[in-house]
Each structure stands twice: as C-alpha cells, then as structure tokens.
Design a protein around this ligand. Structure first.
Ligand code: MG
Length: 390
C-alpha cells in the first residue's frame, strides 16, 4: 500500500476570542521593548492539519501549531514529494529520508515541525490500516487511565486565580499548573506579585496536590537564580522553561541547584536535541511536544533514552499524539491537559478543529481500545469560524 497524496490546510480562527489582558503570562518577547500589545507575540490563532492518504483512500491525520503557514509551504514544496509513493509502514525510513534530505535547514524549527506533522499522520494511518489504536502499535496500555494536570491558571487577579483553582479542585483535578505574569522587567515589585499568586493558589489547593509553575521562557538566568530559593517553600513539582530554549547551560545550572526541579523541552527538536538536555542534566522533567520534536517516531526514541536516564517525560500540551505516547510508556506518568475553553491563547483551537479528544473526568482521561489510529476526525462543527487556506 503506497501513499498517494499529502494534503495540508491552515485553519485561521476568525471566531470570538477572549480579550488580551496585561501580565497574563511571561514570554520570550518580554525582554524587548514592544509597541502595543506584547501578548500578540504569545497568542496564535492558526493551526495546520496534514492528511496523508494511501491508494485505498485511508487518510491519516497529523497536525502542527507552530507557524502553520510556513510549515505548510515546507510540506507542500519539500516534504510531500519525498513521502508520496512510499509505504507508510516504512515509517522509520521515511522519517530518515525527510530528516536527511532537509538536514541543512530543516533539523530544527520549521523543518522538524513539518516532519512531525507528516509522521503523526503516518502513525494515524498505520493504526487505521491495521485497525488498532496507535498506543497498541507503541506497545500497549501501561495505565488503566491517564492522570492529567489542569493546565491554565494564567496570571490575573488573586481572586480570579483562586476562584479558577477552586473550580478545578471541584472538578476533581489533583495537579495544577499556573503561569507567572511578571519577569525581569518588573523588578522586585513583580517578584512579590509572582510569589503572592503562588501562595494564593497553594492556599486553595493545599499541599497534598501538585503545583507546577510556568515561565514560558519569560525570565532570564539571573532572575531565575534569585527566584528559586523564594519558591522552594511552595514545593512546586517543577518550574517550567525559566529561560529561553537555547540556553541549555542555563537550564543545567538551575537544575543543578537542586532547589526546585526544572522542566523544559517543548521548544527543543529531534532525538539529538533532547539527548543534550538529558545528558547535561538540564531538566528533571522532559516535555517535548510530539508535533514539534519529530513526531511519534522521534518521540518513542527519546522516551527510551529518557527512561534510561530516569527522567520522566510529560509531553507538552494535550492532544492525542501526546496521550497515545503517554499511555504506552511507563516513564510518562501524567499528561498535560488544557481544559476546554473559549479561544484565548490558541492552545484551545484543537478542540474546535478536531472531534475525538477525550475530556478529563475526575482528573483522568481515557483512550478507547477499539478506535483505530489516533481516534480523531476533522470536525465540521465550527467551520463558520475558520478561514481555511488550502
Ligand atoms: Mg509550557
């Protein structure tokens, strides 16, 4: 069975969005002086779908959320011709072919994101062709159900964050991730605002539940060094992406302080990129995103080396490609989960594009043993709110 076509579509959200607010979540652009709404550098309201079809009409669905229109061009012009005519079960060969034929420019960033989208589609396709869920192709169920952590709690007023945390507690979650709204440019007053919010969330969720803290690359090494001792007493499970993704030495230094476990990796690419984070002990928790790191083929290799180093892997974001890997790997203890919400940052968009992503119940989610492939379809429910570029 040969691959006959690769179809890409960019989904531009034109529907209602939650208005931006100040000090919502630090990000890498905070270091720059910017005119207007700095949050525009953080929000994204576009998504890419990538459908790989075999001669018999079976379609595998992959997707990517990084720079969708640029990734679309990379797939259409460069990668699709490398894949058409191949047998999807030669997935490791296809991966190497895409990787090596674009190595000069594609091994990180746009190229690797394009490879990821195609690879995920190929795994979905293989599952559909043999009638099995992807997690079974990866080795099968290692958990009765997947524990998830509630990932939202963007910085806002203390009252609103506490109310949100209370709601999430009532919904049965036992782990929560909140975002810092202040960074280096906000000085000592900002530090105090950050700490007040950590304390306020802890006040609601107590110390028997996990609290994760997210910087989204909006701090720098000096600021993070000063914050770690102040955060220690709140017992965070981890501090996420305190510095920009390229500062691997910074991650290694902070993680080596052994005050708060450091996590990261959602902006790292490929097996070798993640191996560096592991080998340098730069992270205590690795958080690659399957639709950036090189798809399921690369993710499964990374899982093996992370397991050997005893570094748990908790993939970035919800979404089926991450859930299937988590289900099939003992070393993936929990999943990130974005609660279903109005479109705000853009993370929520996959709920509007796809049908089939499981909703968390009492802090767990379940995958179906009988649904072939990843178990998602492209939805037509919200088409009126999308402008689609084909
Ligand atoms: Mg993150």
């Amino acid at each position: 069975m040969k691959i006959k076509s690769v179809r890409t579509r960019v989904w531009n959200w034109t529907g209602p969005t939650v208005p931006p607010q100040g000090n919502f979540c630090t990000n890498a652009s905070d270091a720059l002086w910017m005119k207007g709404d700095a949050m525009s550098s953080f929000r994204f309201h576009q998504w890419l779908t990538c459908e790989v079809e075999t001669e018999d009409g079976t379609v595998g669905i992959g997707n990517a959320a990084l720079a969708p229109s640029v990734v679309k061009a990379a797939i259409d012009d460069w990668y699709a011709p490398l894949v058409i005519g191949e047998d999807p079960f030669d997935y490791a060969y296809i991966w190497e072919k895409m990787y090596r034929r674009s190595h000069a420019w594609g091994r990180k960033g746009i190229g690797m994101t394009a490879i990821s989208a195609i690879d995920i589609a190929i795994w979905d396709l293989m599952g559909k062709l043999v009638g099995k869920p992807v997690f079974k192709l990866l080795g099968g169920r290692t958990k009765e159900k997947i524990p998830v952590y509630y990932s939202k709690l963007y910085a806002g007023s203390i009252e609103s964050m506490q109310a949100e945390a209370e709601g999430a507690m009532k919904a049965g979650y036992k782990a929560f991730k909140s975002r810092f709204g202040f960074g280096p440019k906000d000085g000592m007053p900002g530090m105090r605002e950050n700490l007040k919010r950590v304390e306020a969330v802890r006040e609601v969720i107590g110390y028997d539940n996990d609290l994760m803290l997210e910087c989204y690359m909006g701090w720098n090494l000096d600021y993070a060094r000063r914050m770690l001792p102040k955060l220690e007493k709140y017992e965070p499970r981890w501090l996420e992406e305190p510095v920009i993704a390229d500062d691997v030495a910074g991650y290694a230094e902070l993680n080596g302080m052994n005050i708060v476990p450091i996590s990261g990796g959602e902006h790292e690419f490929s097996v070798i990129g993640c191996a560096e984070l592991i080998n340098r002990k730069a992270v205590s928790v690795l958080q690659y995103d399957t639709n950036r790191v090189g798809g399921i083929t690369a993710a499964q290799k990374i899982n093996a080396i992370a397991e050997a180093a005893q570094i748990p892997v908790i993939p970035h974001a919800g979404q089926m490609h991450n859930y299937h890997l988590t289900m099939a790997n003992t070393n993936c203890p929990i999943s990130e989960y974005f609660p279903v919400f109005d479109v705000e940052v853009g993370n929520e968009l996959f709920y509007y594009i796809f049908d089939g992503d499981p909703e968390a119940v009492d802090g767990f989610l379940q995958l179906d043993d009988d649904l072939p492939g990843l178990g998602i379809t492209i939805s037509d429910k919200h088409l009126k709110h999308f402008e689609i570029t084909e």
